[in-house]
Design a binder for this molecule. Structure first.
Ligand SMILES: Cc1ncc(COP(=O)(O)O)c(C=O)c1O
Length: 414
């Protein structure tokens, strides 16, 4: 996806210097070829229906690309649902998730006749039924289970342990069956789970598959026609060269141990896996300074553009676009935000840098721009999609000046 030719860095057929000359940094760039290749490998290896978790990168161009490849969409808010519909995803290929669905969310989802709503609590199940009665509709639902599995991932992205807020405790299924019995406007057609992000250990997938098979059978034995079993997202991606990569073939062989000849359709809802390695954040060096013997390379991307390092201590490889200088120096790469946690990496070795140089932060296609903010009243980054030797700006944010005009000062303060 990224390569060097004649001392220039290219993403697909486009020179990064060329894009950086015409677009202000920081900006995100995504490779269409990389997304296509990743999707095709995932779908063909797992032979399951794929619902792209829009939260990972909700730009409508990315959603439309996924839909054109055959993906459905997994959404968690009215905004994400609208984005998916505007990007042309067939409503019957959209599932609505989310731990805190308001009545407004539920009504909106009902009005769009989507595939199903995944229910996360007993109260939500009752509210969906009441809203469906008012709208005189029968609504298809799934139950998101909390299978009590430790994904062995960092705590901040774990969602499948009994003590996490997500899903319905499988020990409460008797209560769910009782409520379903009297909830005539909901039609249970599926079960799902999602135990967290960045799962690499194959034994964890085995445990998910085993528990979901047992639970699907429990629903079937209780008289429910289960059409869909959704095995979640969380497929791990590598953020470092030479680091462990999840072997999809192994995941598939574990699936086959449990789900050969079942009558329901299997699906996954990955986000990160499909887009993380397809994006980079392009940024410029604002200033270089030495404090207490540490060489700080201050760049114009910060935690407002990419919060993962500050929020999760996430690692991203950092490289200069121009590697021609062979003199190496150790740098701590930091953003411009007034927070000590606004650091991308410490003491990394890079070719000696000058103010104005272009630096890339790699593997930022997932949970990058979607988590960006206007903190310190700075603007959001633009986004660009590259397709072979053409590229297009796919997101133009408000400028910082436009953004600050969104506040209103009440008359009484004048
Ligand atoms: C319900 C649900 N499904 C899917 C995903 C996607 O996870 P990942 O990006 O790790 O594949 C998430 C992420 O938080 C989620 O909450």
């Amino acid at each position: 996806m990224i390569y060097y030719r004649n001392k220039k860095t290219f993403i697909e057929g486009v020179s990064l210097e060329e894009i950086a000359r015409s677009h202000a940094t920081p900006f995100y760039i995504y490779s269409q070829n990389k997304i296509e290749d990743t999707f095709e490998k995932l779908e063909s290896t797992l032979s399951a229906e794929i619902f792209y978790a829009v939260k990972a990168n909700s730009n409508q161009a990315i959603i439309k690309l996924m839909a054109s490849l055959g993906a459905g969409a997994d959404v968690v808010s009215i905004g994400e649902l609208e984005r998916a519909i505007m990007a042309g995803v067939n409503p019957k290929k959209i599932i609505f998730e989310g731990i805190g669905k308001t009545n407004e969310d539920i009504s909106f989802a009902l009005s769009k006749s989507i595939r199903l709503i995944n229910v996360e609590s007993i109260d939500e199940l009752q509210r969906i039924n009441s809203i469906a009665i008012k709208q005189n509709k029968i609504v298809d639902i799934g139950i998101r289970l909390n299978p009590n599995i430790d994904g062995q991932t960092i705590d901040k992205i774990s969602t499948g342990k009994k003590t996490d807020k997500f899903g319905i405790d499988t020990e409460k299924l008797r209560d769910i069956f009782q409520i379903l019995e009297v909830s005539k406007n909901v039609n249970l057609i599926g079960i799902s789970c999602h135990i967290g992000s960045q799962i690499f250990n194959i034994n964890i997938f085995t445990e998910i598959f085993k528990k979901m098979k047992i639970n699907a059978q429990l629903f079937i034995d209780n008289g429910y026609l289960i059409k869909h079993v959704d095995l979640g997202g969380g497929l791990g991606v590598t953020y470092q060269q030479n680091k462990e990569v999840l072997k999809l073939e192994l995941v598939k062989s574990e699936m086959d141990k449990f789900f050969k000849n079942v009558e329901y359709q299997l699906s996954f809802e990955p986000g990160r896996y499909l887009v993380a390695n397809a994006g980079i954040l392009v940024t410029s060096v604002i200033t270089i300074k030495n404090n207490g013997g540490i060489n700080f390379l201050i760049i114009d991307a910060g935690m407002h553009s990419l919060i993962r390092p500050a929020l999760y201590k996430a690692h991203h490889d950092i490289e200069p676009v121009d590697k021609s200088n062979s003199e190496l120096t150790s740098y701590t790469v930091a953003g411009p935000i007034c927070e000590s946690s606004d650091i991308f990496d410490k003491n990394i070795s890079l070719p000696k840098q000058k103010v104005g140089n272009i630096i890339i932060i790699k593997d930022t296609g997932a949970y990058g721009k979607v988590m960006a903010s206007n903190y310190n009243s700075r603007g959001l980054p633009i986004e660009i999609l590259v397709n072979n030797d053409i590229f297009c700006k796919i997101y133009q944010p408000l400028t910082a000046q436009e953004f600050i005009r969104q506040d209103t000062i009440p008359e009484w303060l004048d």
